[in-house]
Design a binder for this molecule. Structure first.
Ligand code: PMP
Length: 286
């Protein structure tokens, strides 16, 4: 039995229902987070809750809980699961109201959380690297908000699935933005390149961790716009996300990236990432 949290109660998923007039269902009016849990410790929980606050502020939705309350609710949710490594999905909508685009007054937000075993890429996949395709980034201009309205991302990701690829990498006006559900890093001539955090990409928690690890290890790093030409001439490309961690791309639109194998810089950063994870788990917090 899977236990979920809905509006103040922990209950079996089969018993969790939301009214059809919920603005999440009607308008996709809400925000969400996905938080990985390693050895039962939520990884960078504080950063995920900060990003949630930013998303909620951006859509003018009051955060229904304090950080302390969220932490307690997450702890309680996790106590219903046996697995060591999990992924927490947390979702808030503007609540249930008569259908009207404008914000309803005096409505209680809907709060939903569930957890499932964390499915990180297999070692084999990480050793081999993954295949991606590219597409024009036709999403809206507030990709920094972790909105539950994901239809553009869904359509873009499906393009990858249709061709047997793992992710769709997005290009807007001749520059790299991100993946349909991940951030993208480029390595050229020994330097790690990352697109800047702005309204065109989601500020990934993993993106920040990778930048922090590169900086503290004095790995050459440039955060700046990356042209399509630079992206296509990369020695290495990586995807990052909370569930993919750091994943090397070895095929881009069916052409090999660099030597067609995960590169030396990937191996270095992935090792640093694992060490960081172990350290966080040892300390028992993020
Ligand atoms: N960009 C998009 C569009 C995403 O959906 C995700 C995954 N949440 C990311 C980037 C990576 O973010 P994070 O590292 O916080 O999982």
């Amino acid at each position: 039995m899977t236990t979920v949290y809905l509006n103040g109660k922990f209950l079996p998923i089969e018993k969790a229902f939301v009214p059809v007039l919920d603005r999440g269902f009607i308008f996709g009016d809400g925000a969400y987070e996905v938080i990985p849990v390693y050895s039962r410790h939520p990884f960078h929980l504080h950063e995920h809750l900060l990003r949630l606050q930013r998303s909620l502020d951006s859509i003018r939705l009051k955060n229904p809980h304090t950080v302390a309350e969220w932490s307690q609710l997450i702890k309680e949710l996790l106590s219903n699961y046996q697995e060591q490594d999990l992924s927490i999905y947390l979702h808030i909508t503007r609540g249930v109201a008569k259908r009207d685009h404008a914000f309803p007054e005096n409505v209680t937000p809907t709060v939903f959380m569930m957890s499932s075993p964390l499915l990180t890429p297999s070692q084999e996949l990480r050793d081999r690297g993954v295949s991606v395709i590219t597409a024009q980034d036709n999403r809206w201009l507030r990709c920094d908000i972790k909105s539950i309205a994901l239809l553009p991302n869904v359509l873009l990701r499906q393009l990858a699935v249709d061709t047997g690829a793992v992710e769709t990498i997005l290009l807007r006006d001749g520059f790299l933005t991100e993946g349909s559900a991940s951030n993208v890093f480029v390595v050229r001539n020994g330097t790690v390149l990352a697109p800047p955090k702005n309204e065109l990409i989601l500020p990934g928690v993993t993106y920040d961790v990778v930048i922090e690890l590169a900086t503290s290890s004095s790995i050459p790093l440039e955060i700046r716009p990356i042209s399509e030409a630079e992206f296509r001439a990369a020695d290495e490309l990586w995807l990052t996300s909370s569930t993919k961690e750091v994943l090397p791309i070895t095929l881009l639109d069916n052409a090999p990236v660099g030597g067609g194998r995960p590169g030396a810089m990937f191996k270095r950063i992935y090792q640093l990432y694992q060490e960081h994870k172990n350290q966080v788990m040892r300390l028992g917090n993020s």
